[in-house]
Design a protein around this ligand. Sequence first.
Ligand code: XMP
Length: 187
Amino acid sequence: MDKDVAGVLIDEARIRRRITTLAGEIAEHYSDRERGLTIVPVLSGSIVFLADLIRQLPVKMRMGLVHVSSYRGETTTPRDPRLIASALPDLRNQDVLIVDDILDTGGTLRLVQRSVGEAGPRSLRTVVLLRKPRRRDPDVAADFVGFDIENVFVVGYGLDYNGWYRNLPYIAVLTPDAGGPTDGPCG
Ligand code: XMP
């Protein structure tokens, strides 16, 4: 698996440190809310980030799930995201935090934010591990961001290429042979 990695963009130690800080920022934001928080992770890319983040959040919480498909076996061309499934509790009057892996064009978050927003939450915030600068839908934003990265396709720490590499403990760029960019390794 490691031979498919052209470069490590963000290593394990940096991810760990940033998630601790991020969890602190989020916990502070919700510190006065005794009624608890509903976390809505966007499957499947957010699973590793989610597991690490929520274990550092000393906030009463429950969870709903949404499953969105966007990229399918392509590293550069985004497709229109589709909501494949959702399992959500009643979100009316609830404080809701969407958790996603990466904000790229914004299509995925627009879909999820709209669908969760229609359920009438009291507040709706979004946290993403990664944010890219390119092709951003100007109407879509994340309230909490782990790292701003360049416009390169990344895998690892939950992010995949054709379903593979989610278990890499770091954020990486693939070699051209494995599906990475052909204009040279990065990071
Ligand atoms: P959009 O463009 O909808 O992208 O904001 C969000 C979703 O697209 C996938 N995505 C990536 N997946 N490496 C990945 O493994 C990437 O560099 C990448 N960029 C976007 C991902 O599913 C994300 O939720």
